[in-house]
Design a protein around this ligand. Sequence first.
Ligand code: WT7
Length: 645
Amino acid sequence: MSLEKVYDVPLEVAAGAHITEALYREMYERSIKDSDKFWSEQAERFVDWFKPWDKVQDCDFGTARIRWFEGGKLNVSYNCLDRHLAEKGDQVAIIWEGDDPDLDRTLTFRELHEQVCRFANVLKKHGVEKSDRVCIYLPMIPEAAVAMLACARIGAVHSIVFAGFSADALRDRILDADCRYVICADEGNRGGRTVPLKTNVDTALQSCPNVKTVIVVRNTGGTIDWDARSVWYHEELAEASPDCPPESMDAEDPLFILYTSGSTGKPKGVLHSTGGYLVYAAMTFQYVFDYRPGEIYWCTADVGWITGHSYTVYGPLCNGATTLMFEGIPTYPAPDRFWRVVEKHRVNIFYTAPTAIRALMAQGDNWLETTDRGSLRVLGSVGEPINPEAWEWYYHHVGRERCPIVDTWWQTETGGILITPLIGATRLKPGSATRPFFGIVPAIVDSQGNVLEGDCEGVLTITRSWPGQARSVFGSHQRFFETYFSAYPGKYFTGDGARRDADGYYWITGRVDDVLNVSGHRMGTAEIESALVLHDSVAEAAVVGYPHNIKGQGIYAYVTLVAGISPSAELEQELIQLVRKEIGPIATPDLIQWAPTLPKTRSGKIMRRILRKIAANEIRDLGDISTLADPGVVEEIIQNRANRS
Ligand code: WT7
């Protein structure tokens, strides 16, 4: 018997929804048994094609070959803009809400179209050609969407770097993708403070000789340095022609690169396609959020992450939806900011991350009482498992028991949502992402790769392709293959653990690899370790995650110093600053423990399993430590642990 709480689909929700339970079952079955036909219909329904495809799918996980709608021709910006002009030209496409609550603006589809065409011409003028990579390092302002769509219009491949990443992280990404153009702002605004974006670009570009042009959006008007490579966005835009025909792209041409962390090495440039990606982003947007024409939709994710790509920009705009972009943070100027924005703009669909929900829940219910959230109809969650307490608070207090919650599981590599409730079809269980979306066939496997049946727990894999799936890792298809298709041959390895209950519902249990999820931000422990060992005083470092009330996971670093160096508060600060400089503030270690020796096997491998347990304060159940070269070191590490509760 299951002890979980179950929320039924209210009759009124089921009645009006795009997908009911009977339809879900029928469509899901068709998506598996008659896959080509199913996806043809969806591709025709959600996207306008200049030329139809020759072959729906050509996918082989054995060689990591993934192709959808080959031979088809389309343009993403045409689908997000031009085709809406006749009927929705004067409808608002983007509502922008500034960090400062007194600042907002809107862009209609016609206005957005004009800006995108002008900016596409600016890019061309500076020499950007089809398949060139363009780095975007912008805050959450409409110009970020303009830049993305302008790249898409001319067939350039954008690579957005989250504006919270440091100059060094930006440099690495510019170099890896060989970007020759950078689009940035003078500064960003975040919680009443400014972020020195142009200055970071200047620092990064000291090691990027190939960058020809930096296009700078004037956002704060703050003082910045200028050089021969820099031009102002607004000056260039004013001079450019508003007429720019969309480039006809192949379905399999790349649309963008987005860097994400894995368990080893530097972040990978995940490469997404044009046709399959757009079909999948547009279709999931409509079905998962049950979007209806005229509704106001708000996804709080930054465009620096995949959620911002698929569900702030491409999915909504392809459907002709009004999408809200918010520059600020949930707690500025006060912890009711989200709800004030919902009230001010009459938001109907709201999609955010568990870490934000937990942070606001911790501030108390008073912050909810002064706002009217009656416009809300659907709530969404993404980025990490949502704990049932946060789910219940979101459901009962934020949504006042009127709004179903869609807990959507997916990844940068999946392009769009793979496991999710559909509001008219799925009974909800707090903490479960529930059931697979159309065309998605998950398999839970044990460590030997055996597929487990029924009620079970193991590693989550996906056994067949879907159109939104990443096509490669930029610059290394071999790495793409090895990372995702070699662990369990014939299956896509997600890196997540999952349980499936007797009702067939999936419960994501978290990463099974050395990837952390800190406030919904994905980070490799190896990256943070590499940053720490750059310090002359550090001999070795091991980083693990530990449970954190608000962030989901916190960053715990065990650091071994070079012989003769003593720990100090000053050194701790230097290490923290070093990580912030190498990666960015999001990677700041929460706890540092000085560890004269780390627990290692006889072959010299650090036993992270033990370090994770100690960081989590689970010291009574360390498991088998007999394979350690020196089991004695464990006691010392336990004695000095930094996370006592
Ligand atoms: C990892 C992917 C997908 C957009 C944001 C993150 C975790 C994501 C959920 C969820 C449980 C989730 C997984 C996944 N994750 N959504 N609803 N329930 N876990 O994208 O940065 O590529 O991270 O986020 O661990 O593997 P990402």
